[in-house]
Design a protein around this ligand. Structure first.
Ligand code: NAD
Ligand code: UDP
Length: 313
């Protein structure tokens, strides 16, 4: 198959491209390198089945050959990155998604949209099921991301209902692993980066807020299963690891695993930071036969090994 991956030079996208190439597919990777890096796809560049196009999906894209599937992952994912240029973030999930849906319609390609647990905002239902409509502040600093992703889900369904476009919506929960950028700003990359350099571990707020972390290999397996599931499975479907931890527990685990002498320092909690997050993955289990296989400790060990190698520590 010929597969378009937008955001393919990013963290999850580059692991996805690796897997598709291993499977024997041709991959067209489109990325504007805002948060992604050529380094993430350097091993693929020499492969004749891999094409990289530096392009911003907010601008129209014309492909010379048709594609069978589109994984739309382009969008900065870390709060400091998506808040850097919020107008561009929302354009990416609105105009950008519409541009990519236009390609899907023209080429009759299946379209998988990387949605997010952020569509649930600061959830009042726990764990979060797909039926829950969320609790999002529509004009806060996270809204450029949350509302953009909610719009994206809605336009995907409109293309599906109006034009018969084959859509697959995956609500991705916090994902981590090798290749996360050092300056990513997300909690696991921050804590490992700080821990390996014996710098203070920065907990925002009290550290009692929770997240549920999924290892990137499991996430990519879930995305591929969803893309290749029967057409009637449109989602939205939660993909994540329901092993819920407080930020304090995470900090303690990373200090132990890195053998760090870091102290913990407390910084203000960012506005609208969700207090609890944990996916209900019943649908992923029953409809896709998917569930995570890598526990937090094992995944952190692999991630720490990658950070050590890149930092020369
Ligand atoms: P990332 O920032 O590493 O990757 C995003 C990629 O998209 C980068 O390579 C970036 O350069 C590219 N990009 C951004 N805007 C673009 C644009 N307008 N045009 C073309 N390319 C653009 O983040 P990630 O963690 O790999 O996330 C990938 C996708 O998964 C995103 O859509 C994100 O919203 C979603 N997601 C990720 C998580 C997570 O925990 N990692 C959680 C929920 C959802
Ligand atoms: N966080 C933290 N210290 C950091 C980075 C993040 O305590 O250095 C907290 C953040 O406030 C949030 C949780 O960790 O409660 C997860 O943050 P992240 O940015 O990784 O993801 P998101 O908030 O989008 O789930």
């Amino acid at each position: 198959m010929r597969i378009l991956v937008t955001g393919g030079a990013g963290f999850i996208g580059s692991h996805l491209c690796d897997q598709l190439i291993v499977h024997g597919d041709e991959v067209v990777c489109v990325d504007n390198l805002f948060t992604g890096a050529e380094q993430n796809i350097v091993s693929l560049m020499a492969n004749p089945k891999f094409i990289f196009i530096k392009h911003d999906i907010v601008e129209p894209l014309y492909l010379d050959k048709s594609v069978d599937q589109i994984y739309n992952l382009a969008c900065p994912a870390s709060p400091p990155h998506y808040q850097l240029n919020p107008v561009h973030t929302i354009k990416t999930s609105t105009i950008g998604v519409m541009n990519m849906l236009g390609i899907a319609r023209r080429h009759q390609a299946r379209f998988l949209q990387a949605s997010t647990s952020e569509v649930y905002g600061d959830p009042e239902v726990h764990p979060q099921t797909e039926e829950y409509h969320g609790n999002v502040n529509p004009f806060g600093p996270r809204a450029c991301y949350d509302e953009g992703k909610r719009y994206a889900e809605s336009i995907c369904f409109d293309y599906h209902r109006t034009h018969g476009t084959g859509i697959k919506i995956v609500r991705i929960f916090n994902t981590y692993g090798p290749r996360m950028a050092f300056n990513d700003g997300r909690v696991i990359s921050n804590f490992i980066f700080q821990g390996l350099q014996d710098k203070p571990i920065t907990i925002y707020g009290s550290g009692s807020q929770t997240r549920s972390f999924c290892y990137v290999e499991d996430m990519v397996a879930g995305l591929i299963k969803m893309m290749n599931s029967p057409p009637e499975i449109t989602g939205p479907i939660n993909v994540g690891n329901p092993e819920e931890k407080t930020v304090t527990e995470l900090a303690q685990k990373i200090i132990a695993l890195t053998g760090s002498s870091s102290i913990i320092t407390y910084l203000p909690l960012p506005q609208d930071d969700p207090r609890r997050r944990c996916p209900d993955i019943t649908k992923a289990k029953t409809l896709l036969g998917w569930q995570p296989t890598v526990g937090l400790e094992k995944g952190l060990q692999k991630t720490i090994a990658d950070f050590r190698q890149r930092l020369g520590k």
